[in-house]
Write a protein that binds this ligand. Structure first.
Ligand code: SAM
Length: 409
């Protein structure tokens, strides 16, 4: 089908396709979004990704920005029906990283070329206003040339402001779904769509670079709901958008639901790039979990960011949001290929497997650190090669959004 013509409203323009209209106006009506989604086929996907990649290259060239993801706690007070670390999942072994461990992750990441660190976690009351402020300040003190991104859920505006003043640059908070009824299907009554959106508007107003987003193929999602999501993106004008396929986690109420589609995720990446040409758009871990070439496919659909995992091996498997989460087996989520490759090279290098010797604990700790560093270096090397193979290059850069700052709303 490919060239989907659109309604009467632009008939004067003759042969304009819906994708051309999207590129010209940066937004479509609700019904045009639905038409676009309903007519998804190979030709249309190609038209979309071609335009998306052109725009991505206009703003960001061939550069791929990397973010060092540190999943520092899997405690969570919320009970989202889709999430593996939800409060009532008693099968999860819970962990928290100490400040020293978090700073060590940053130090290792810095040496590898990371200039953004993302602190992500469940909503863990243990990490309150003061603890997060102290962490942000410590990271900024040690790495003043780096950006710090927080992704720790919903908080009062004053708390967000305090963290911003402590030095946090960016905040990721997926809106999950812009439709209130759909939001309530995915969350218990203690979570409200109004509060989620309030947080995003507060973060924007405070001055963060803000990221929202949603899962593709979340249970009960429809094309109408996706159209709402796209309209919400246009309204919020976020600097970052995180989307990835929903993947079931068996110990959650949605454990028996089907996973989201790779094709639809890529299609939506293209739409989002065209709507927000300067947006920071990751090819997510979930995408790379469902498809071993997910990172490449995401880039070739319009993405320009990836988020390798710097979480220590010791706890990585416990941040199990969904089944088979890529990167949980060691090394670094430079991608599944990268992870397996690095594992093979560091075989036997895990400290837990060392034979005890006098002074062994200290030795084991240093072996553990060394092998983590080696694994992450090799995995990042593999990611670089994967990107080079498709004509892109991983860069050492904070990777800020190239949008000009507008006055606060
Ligand atoms: N607590 C923070 C928050 O609420 O934003 C950050 C952590 S939360 C686990 C990060 C994201 O993981 C969520 O926004 C959600 O979209 C995604 N996620 C959770 N469960 C998932 C699943 N089963 N499949 C795919 N993505 C999932």
């Amino acid at each position: 089908m490919g060239r989907v013509k659109i309604g009467m409203d632009i008939s004067m323009k003759g042969q304009e396709t819906i994708v051309e209209k999207l590129e010209r106006e940066r937004v479509l009506s609700r019904s045009d979004y639905i038409t676009l989604l309903q007519n998804r086929d190979e030709a249309l996907a190609k038209e979309l990704s071609g335009r998306a990649v052109n725009l991505r290259e206009q703003y960001y060239g061939k550069d791929v920005y990397i973010r060092g993801l540190i999943e520092f706690t899997n405690y969570c007070k919320n009970d989202c029906f889709y999430c593996g670390i939800r409060a009532s999942n008693s099968k999860v072994r819970r962990y928290r990283l100490s400040s020293e461990e978090i700073l060590a992750c940053c130090k290792r990441g810095y040496a590898l070329g990371f200039r953004t660190f993302v602190l992500q976690g469940g909503e863990d009351p243990y990490f309150g206003e003061d603890e997060i402020s102290r962490l942000v300040e410590a990271i900024k003190r040690e790495h003043p040339d780096c950006a710090v991104t927080l992704s720790v859920g919903e908080h009062p505006r004053a708390v967000y402001r305090r963290w911003f003043e402590a030095g946090a640059d960016r905040y990721l908070l997926r809106h999950e779904t812009a439709d209130d009824a759909h939001y309530r299907m995915l969350h218990p009554v203690s979570c409200s769509p109004e509060n989620r959106k309030r947080c995003l508007w507060d973060l924007k107003e405070i001055g963060y670079q803000v990221g929202c987003g949603f899962m593709v193929g979340s249970p009960r999602q429809t094309e109408e709901y996706l159209a709402e999501d796209l309209l919400f993106l246009h309204k919020l004008q976020p600097e970052m958008v995180g989307i990835g396929p929903f993947i079931p986690q068996y110990d959650t109420p949605f454990g028996g639901e089907p996973a989201g589609s790779i094709g639809l995720t890529l299609f939506l990446l293209g739409i989002i790039r065209i709507m927000l040409p300067d947006v920071l758009l990751p090819a997510t871990t979930a995408l790379n979990t469902l498809d071993s070439r997910g990172m490449e496919k995401g880039m070739l659909a319009g993405a320009n960011v990836c988020m390798p995992n710097l979480t220590p091996d010791r706890v990585r498997g416990q941040y199990a949001l969904y089944e088979g989460k890529d990167g949980v087996k060691g090394g670094d989520a430079g991608g599944r290929g990268a992870v397996w490759e690095s594992e093979a090279r560091i075989a036997g290098g895990d400290a837990e497997e060392c034979t005890p010797v006098p002074g062994g604990e200290v030795r084991a700790e240093s072996v553990r650190k060394e092998s983590a560093a080696t694994g992450q270096r090799e995995a990042l090397g593999a990611l670089r090669r994967r990107m080079e193979a498709i004509g892109y290059r991983v860069v050492t850069d904070r990777g800020d959004c190239k949008r000009k700052k507008t006055d606060p709303i």
